[in-house]
Design a protein around this ligand. Sequence first.
Ligand code: ADP
Ligand code: ZN
Length: 525
Amino acid sequence: MIETPPDSDGTPLGVLSRVFGFPGFRGLQERAVSRVMAGGDALVLMPTGGGKSVCYQVPALCRSGMGLVVSPLIALMDDQVASLRQLGVNAAALHSELDPDDAARARSDLHNNKLDLLYVSPERLLSSGMLDRLSRVPLSLIAIDEAHCVSAWGHEFRPEYRALARLPDYFPGVPRIALTATADGRTRADILDALAMPDAEMLVASFHRPNLQVAARPKGGELSQLLDILGRHRDEAAIVYCGSRNKTERVTRSLRERGWPAVAFHAGLAPEEKRLALRRFRSGEPVVVVATIAFGMGIDRPDVRLVVHLDMPDSPEGYYQQIGRAGRDGVASDTLLLFGGEDIARARHWLDQSQAPDAQKRVMTQRLESMIALAETTGCRTRALLSCFNEELPQPCGHCDNCRHPLPTFDGTVAAQKVLSAIYRTGQMFGALHVVAVLRGKKTDMVSRHGHDQLGLYGIGKDKPDTFWRSVIRQLLARGALTIQGEYSTLALREAARPILRGEETVLLHEDAATALSAALDENG
Ligand code: ADP
Ligand code: ZN
């Protein structure tokens, strides 16, 4: 146990400065700490890097008894335990990958009431014997880290977390503090509900990270777009997220061939390869980690200067969390999201196929739609992102891509009507390539076979290039006037197309640099 001489200051502020070396609390830390000190429950929402650990570590050391921390990730636990020990705190972890000596020492310290903090995985906590053993140890508090894992609707659901609702039965009167960096309103409610914490004080920090420069661009030659932005971050650390394992390896190879210190990371790697990749990432050397979202929680390198998405995430929550891994040290850092029709089609197709219950599917669809809107927005992108978390930025951020280089917009109502009519007149049975061919008056096989050169609108879009029409289609997809359906990526109208066709709605479109739209839009053209 931490030695607290009688004359020493055992108050939260005293412990904060004496043990952790911080002169004062940051943001909502103080309120979270006092809530738990007073024996109440709390739900803390802070962005990654916001300082969540202090919220439970300080009261755990100030209150009598041992702090119990439930955490889903072994690597994360081991890191925390190691740094706490360096500070002189007697912390230990119990999980499945511990070597026998460490496990024995942890169990004996636990038995002898010598631990300040014990980190456990949820499955270990709920295993028989563990609860029993813990019931004989006085607890100062229970912290539930990465609490969003309890939400079945979240992107990181862990079924074991559900059982944590029973904790108050085993440890009545012990204050609980749940912490997460991911939480829209729905997830918040879900956490309180699933953890049975109706009276928890909700402490929501601002998610605004002014040092992150958010930017998004339509795909147009991914690799060259990637190389372009990497070129501005030579000798730094970068993370490049891809939608599939295969792609991480492909991109890693391409980067290495060009001399970049790239390394792949995904869940399919052997443990040794993962360790190696992590070691390189943590070494402080320049490195480009090309990863799936498996490269996630517990990644704590403060000086990541760039996060690129080569494929669109399926929710603003996931996106925010991933870009949040840049610039944890507060230094200005870049992010770039590349998106295309293929992403939209793939995500929608996946949702269609999902066996999830309808209510859940609706939520996932909403999130996807918000993500698309975020990618397509012409306004302040930081503001659009924060609004996904119910946070309002009073003014445009001034540093996102759209604030720095406002996109020229034009009245695209007539262009939109042409596209929508062409889709309607051809029976809503074709993909973008064919629709564009009809608009441009091209005599393709498909046009001849279906007699579409006889349509009144055949060739009404001759005056603009293919890229223009594809961009219009993508923006109509983004605003929900169109949808892509089925395995052939067929374009069909949605309700929102109606007022546009009737001329009741003006469509403001932006010019963009998309020179190539992705394959899915072109399929079955
Ligand atoms: P999170 O878990 O929310 O991602 P951490 O708890 O890992 O964040 O803290 C992020 C960083 O902020 C750490 O480097 C930590 O040392 C630092 N930090 C936390 N609280 C304070 C504070 N009150 N004063 C100064 N630095 C702090
Ligand atoms: Zn902005």
